[in-house]
Design a protein around this ligand. Structure first.
Ligand SMILES: [Zn+2]
Length: 165
């Protein structure tokens, strides 16, 4: 296991569409372990493979103060419901947060780390994290959702202990 460097905008690898995971083999498991270790190291709520330079449709999410680790390969948003304004940050855009709109509820389907089909419905921070990480797989950053540059603001280092990643 190893902590990998997290790419920062405007790295071109962050704006590419990632490819489907086709093999759930030992090398994928090793990549997932590295992603989890990296996410914990940087206090992220989630991490998408393109953020460490791997162009695969794979992300990990672990909400603050929970043990449950979500590993999603080839995730797709099946349905969204409602809209709300959220404050969002990203480890690939350090030093900033922005106010954007996210869904109230999202339904996602995909595969777990062994290739088994999964489907989940989420609200609140998990819904936001799912939309954020799935965006990364399509080369989209939360700053692409800003309706105005005034909705982006600088934060002081260490002020926000949890970043979405
Ligand atoms: Zn991010």
């Amino acid at each position: 296991m190893a902590v990998r460097p997290v790419l920062k905008a405007p790295d071109p690898k962050l704006t590419q569409r990632a490819k489907k995971v086709t093999s759930f083999d030992a090398s994928l498991q090793a990549l997932i372990e590295d992603m989890v270790e990296t996410m914990h190291h940087v206090n992220g709520v989630g991490l998408a493979a393109p953020q460490i330079g791997v162009p695969l449709r794979l992300c990990v999410i672990q909400l603050p103060d929970t043990e449950e680790l979500l590993v999603l390969a080839n995730p797709e948003i099946v349905k969204t419901k409602g809209e709300r304004e959220v404050s969002e940050g990203c480890l690939s855009v350090p030093g900033y947060r922005g106010n954007i709109k996210r869904a109230l509820e999202v339904t996602v389907k995909g595969r777990d780390r062994y290739g088994k089909a999964i489907r989940l419905k989420a609200t609140e921070l998990l819904a936001q994290a799912l939309e954020h990480e799935l965006d990364h797989l399509n080369g989209i950053l939360y700053i692409d959702h800003l309706e105005s540059p005034e909705h982006l603001y600088k934060i002081e280092a260490q002020k926000e202990p949890e970043e979405l990643a």
